[in-house]
Design a protein around this ligand. Structure first.
Ligand code: C2E
Ligand code: MG
Ligand code: MG
Ligand code: MG
Length: 271
């Protein structure tokens, strides 16, 4: 019976392996099509001032409703895009869509707030990133103050000369930079002193645990770290009034999450 069991396990494993490989190939193949045929949509989620409840900016988040695969989460397809060297193309698609939409809103006299675009870490150290952003901004005559960028802390681990150069240029042009998912990386805290960024985004996993005593102390510690090095903080994934109240008590001034608003199609938010 033992041998049979392990045979079954092997069969199961193969089946799993086969279907996950097939899924991957499907996503890879369809992602190329999606980029060519503009099947990806940009959604916006507001960033909110916790005291006044006012929207202070937005984060752009991709949504992909594929006619064959159905809806595919960015958690799945961004990882695959990175492995396929499609990440730069995906990031550029979002940057371009955001700039074009900002242009249309300026033309219609709509008051605008900064929109933050997520940049994959491999792209952040790319020499062409700045050029792409500056060219878009010139061509469409959109002020760079309306663009922010988010990048995970993994990019700052190496801090290559190109990453440093990009950071410097971007910030000099009025683009604010946030460290996304702060606290989930494996980086040492020492890099934070030299960090030329504007904001730390406290990862949702910390906010999820904020109602427990230790969880609350951890969030307080992250806020203290940010204050120590003069960085702004924003809480990600705020879902309840209780979480909001604790964040306010701890001195966190900004938040983002379903409690305030879910991401919505960019045109429905701005027009
Ligand atoms: P992220 O940049 O940390 O974005 C936050 C994620 O949390 C988003 O998931 C957002 O929809 C979700 N979220 C916001 N508030 C809440 C909440 O209150 N509760 C819960 N449960 N979730 C909340 P999403 O859109 O699925 O994106 C997942 C990740 O995929 C993003 O994490 C980002 O790393 C990546 N991503 C999404 N769009 C893009 C993009 O345009 N470019 C790049 N490079 N990455 C993207
Ligand atoms: Mg983000
Ligand atoms: Mg995040
Ligand atoms: Mg995240």
């Amino acid at each position: 019976p033992k041998a049979k069991q392990s045979q079954n396990n092997v069969a199961f494993y193969d089946l799993d392996f086969h279907s996950s490989l097939q899924r991957r190939l499907d996503v890879e193949q369809r992602l190329g099509v999606a980029l060519d045929e503009n099947l990806l949509q940009v959604f916006l989620q507001p960033k909110v001032d916790l005291l006044s409840n006012q929207t202070i900016g937005y984060e752009a988040l991709l949504r992909w409703q594929d006619p064959i695969l159905g809806s595919v989460s960015p958690i799945e397809f961004i990882k695959i895009a990175e492995e396929m060297s499609l990440a730069i193309q995906v990031d550029r698609y979002v940057l371009k869509t955001v700039f074009q939409t900002i242009r249309r809103s300026i033309d219609q006299d709509i008051r605008l707030l900064p929109i933050a675009v997520n940049i994959t870490s491999c792209h952040f150290g790319d020499a062409a990133l700045i050029d792409y952003i500056f060219t878009l901004s010139n061509k469409l005559d959109v002020p760079l103050e309306l663009l922010d960028l988010e990048v995970t802390e993994s990019v700052l681990l190496e801090m290559s000369p190109q990453v440093e150069k990009n950071l410097q240029w971007l910030r000099q042009s009025g683009i604010k930079i946030s460290i996304d998912d702060f606290g989930t990386g494996y980086s040492s805290l020492s890099y934070i002193r030299k960090l030329a960024v504007d904001t730390l985004k406290i990862d949702k996993s910390f906010i999820d645990e904020i109602t427990d005593e230790t969880g609350q102390k951890l969030v307080a510690a992250v806020i203290a770290i940010a204050q120590a090095v003069n960085l702004d903080v924003i809480a990600e994934g705020v879902e309840t009034k209780q979480q909001l109240d604790i964040l306010s008590k701890l001195g966190c001034k900004k938040g983002q999450g379903y409690y305030f608003a879910r991401p919505k199609f960019i045109d429905d938010v701005l027009f």
